[in-house]
Design a protein around this ligand. Structure first.
Ligand SMILES: *[C@@H]1O[C@H](CO)[C@@H](O)[C@H](O)[C@H]1NC(C)=O
Ligand SMILES: *[C@@H]1O[C@H](CO)[C@@H](O)[C@H](O)[C@H]1NC(C)=O
Length: 345
């Protein structure tokens, strides 16, 4: 009996050795047939992660353009403006009609667990359309950023970024948007996605990437090509609001802003309730407020302590958010209010 069992286990072992993919293939077919997703108040979960079992498909990434509707001379849109999905196969004429090539274009990429209903996409869409002076595209990669699979989502950063690069190439080639006025904005994992996109475009160089509390977990060990750094664009500005937990503490841009010191104790946030997400989310909330006219003045300084002790008052200043001076370099500190409006006037 024991002998038979030994033979059986040995055979099984050999089968597994000769076909190393045996188990993972079996698991994949199960996960593909049982994969379900649920959306809990804008937070996106899947029973199994997408990405490992099959190559990421460009059709799993939604490029959402929000063409403005003009009523008379008023071209501002409401938060309910419906999106138009972009595809690489779209007719160029139709694609051009969705954008105004003389306006700057903002492409926003969300983070882990988020999707179309996630509040950051909604907030940015509303703010950019309210301004009316930008073409706005939201990259919805919710299926690939679904929870609780952080590692899968982080591994999907590269293929999603490459897909965005293809879309940018297409939009620039058919003259729908102007590359010299392109601004990639990414929150958390989306910051690294934006960096990959910028690295893989073939039509030229991205002028600006804004990283909103770029995701830290697992990224220190990843290759430079897969994460945000100053080589990715002519100008990289970063806002740190959850340093030491979900976000980076070290500077990773040309300019790094540290509101309230930049760590995961943002004023108005209670970590035991929000598990740090409140502080993490402050990065996009601050940026969104800057789109609506909020003024956050950062002061160049080597540490938050020095800033608080008024040792940097004579140093240079630059606004945090949309209006950051692209010639500014280094670390900047500032304080904010505990609740919206966050900017201290
Ligand atoms: C495109 O934007 C420019 C600059 O704001 C504006 O002058 C022009 O009228 C716009 N074109 C259309 C078709 O809306
Ligand atoms: C940006 O900073 C440079 C150098 O400090 C300064 O000369 C320029 O006027 C600033 N631009 C704006 C728009 O504030």
């Amino acid at each position: 009996m024991a002998f038979l069992l030994q033979v059986l286990l040995l055979t099984l072992g050999l089968v597994l050795l000769t076909d190393a993919n045996f188990i993972s293939n079996a698991i994949c077919s199960v996960t593909k047939s049982l994969g379900r997703s649920i959306d809990v108040g804008g937070i996106y979960f899947r029973s199994f992660p997408l990405g490992r079992c099959s190559p990421v498909k460009i059709s799993d990434i939604y490029f959402k353009a929000y063409p403005r509707k003009c009523v008379g001379t008023n071209c501002r849109s409401s938060v309910n403006t419906p999106h138009r999905l972009l595809s690489l196969e779209d007719d160029p004429e139709e694609m051009r009609a969705l954008f105004n090539q003389s306006l700057p274009t903002a492409i926003y990429t969300h983070g882990f667990l988020e999707g179309e209903k996630g509040s950051s996409i909604r907030a940015f869409r509303a703010a950019f359309l309210f301004r009316g002076d930008y073409n706005f595209i939201a990259v919805d990669w919710q299926k690939l950023a679904a929870g609780p699979w952080y590692l899968s989502a982080a591994n999907n950063v590269r293929p999603v970024g490459m897909a965005i690069a293809q879309m940018i190439d297409r939009l620039v080639n058919i003259k729908a948007i102007d590359l010299s006025k392109l601004h990639l904005i990414g929150f958390s994992l989306g910051a690294h996605v934006s960096a990959v996109a910028a690295r893989y475009i073939t039509v030229g160089r991205v002028p600006r990437i804004t990283g909103l509390d770029p995701a830290y977990p697992t990224f220190s060990g990843r290759p430079k090509a897969d994460k945000l750094d100053p080589s990715d664009a002519d100008f990289v500005d970063v806002i740190h609001t959850c340093g030491g937990l979900y976000g980076y503490t070290d500077p990773i841009g040309h300019v790094d802003f540290y509101p309230n010191g930049g760590n995961y104790f943002q004023p108005g946030c209670i970590n035991v309730i929000s598990f740090g997400t409140c502080s993490h989310w402050r990065a996009w909330r601050f940026f969104e407020e800057s789109l609506r006219g909020g003024e956050f003045m950062g002061v160049a300084c080597s540490s938050y302590d020095d800033y608080l002790n008024a040792r940097c008052e004579r140093n240079s200043k630059t606004p945090m958010g949309l209006h950051t001076n692209m010639t500014a370099r280094g670390k900047f500190f500032l304080r904010t209010n505990w609740a919206a409006p966050f900017s201290v006037f």
